[in-house]
Design a protein around this ligand. Structure first.
Ligand code: 13P
Length: 247
């Protein structure tokens, strides 16, 4: 399976910065790339990213999507709107949204369903907090988060991407060791296998302080099918190194 390296820009960027980053990224990939590459950008920049990346190996997506199809939901962006801008991906259930915006497992599942209904691949994030890991609850937490999505999207489950992002590793510089990450990925893989005969199509990404120095060891694990990269995706040179490690 081709690995997927996806950048999550979070709330960073400007028209000028995005253009410089994407020109460097697309230029760096012009000679060929052996992984799938994506950037998940703030919604106002989707048109710009579409204009700059069309015809390049870089695909693009959003960092969130509404759980609703349309209607009186001020501030929300629907999956069909994302589709209008050529989005291939939508992150759903990132821990920052679960934590700061009260997103429950059920809301995350409905967001995944909305994305799928519009032909957008949801990148479903799961991950435990430091306290949950300390209590030995990592497996319980990630399985509960994924189970909610499996329950709602059912036969489409092989169409999603899963991202394991331990909350304690996000933006902290503390990466899960390859062994720690692989152990959780294997749990998620088994859960997907029990839910779908086509589970091998589901890529399980690792996210949390992945960088040019640790990417190769993480990506060498049997159940790590790519990465969801935050801060390192804002530096074209480093993002290109991570993509090279996946190729
Ligand atoms: P960092 O790579 O900055 O730790 O962020 C990871 C992340 O949250 C990607 O979604």
């Amino acid at each position: 399976m081709r690995k997927l390296i996806a950048g999550n820009w979070k709330m960073h960027g400007s028209l000028a910065d995005n253009e410089a980053l994407l020109r460097a990224l697309c230029g760096g990939l012009a000679a060929g790339v052996h992984a799938d590459v994506a950037v998940c950008v703030p919604a106002p920049y989707l048109a710009q990213v579409q204009a700059l990346c069309t015809g390049s190996p870089v695909t693009w997506g959003a960092q969130d999507v509404s759980a609703h199809e349309a209607g009186p939901y001020t501030g929300e962006v629907s999956a069909s709107m994302l589709r209008d801008f050529g989005c291939r991906w939508a992150i759903v259930g990132h821990s920052e949204r679960r934590q700061y915006h009260g997103e429950t497992d059920e809301i995350v599942a409905r967001k995944a369903q909305q994305a799928l209904a519009c032909g957008i691949t949801p990148i479903v994030c799961v991950g435990e907090t430091e306290a949950e890991r300390a209590q030995g609850d990592t497996e319980i937490v990630v399985k509960r988060q994924l189970a909610a999505v499996i329950h709602v999207v059912r036969h489409c489950i092989s169409e999603i991407v899963v991202a394991y992002e331990p909350v304690w590793a996000i933006g902290t510089g503390r990466t899960a060791t390859p062994e720690q990450a692989q152990a959780v990925h294997a749990v998620l893989r088994a859960q997907l296998r029990a839910a779908s005969a086509s589970e091998r199509r589901v890529r399980i990404l690792y996210g949390g302080s992945m960088n040019a120095g640790n990417a190769a060891a993480l990506l060498a694990q049997p159940d790590i099918d790519g990465g969801l990269i935050g801060s390192a995706s804002l530096r074209a040179h480093e993002f290109l190194q991570i993509i090279a490690a996946a190729s």
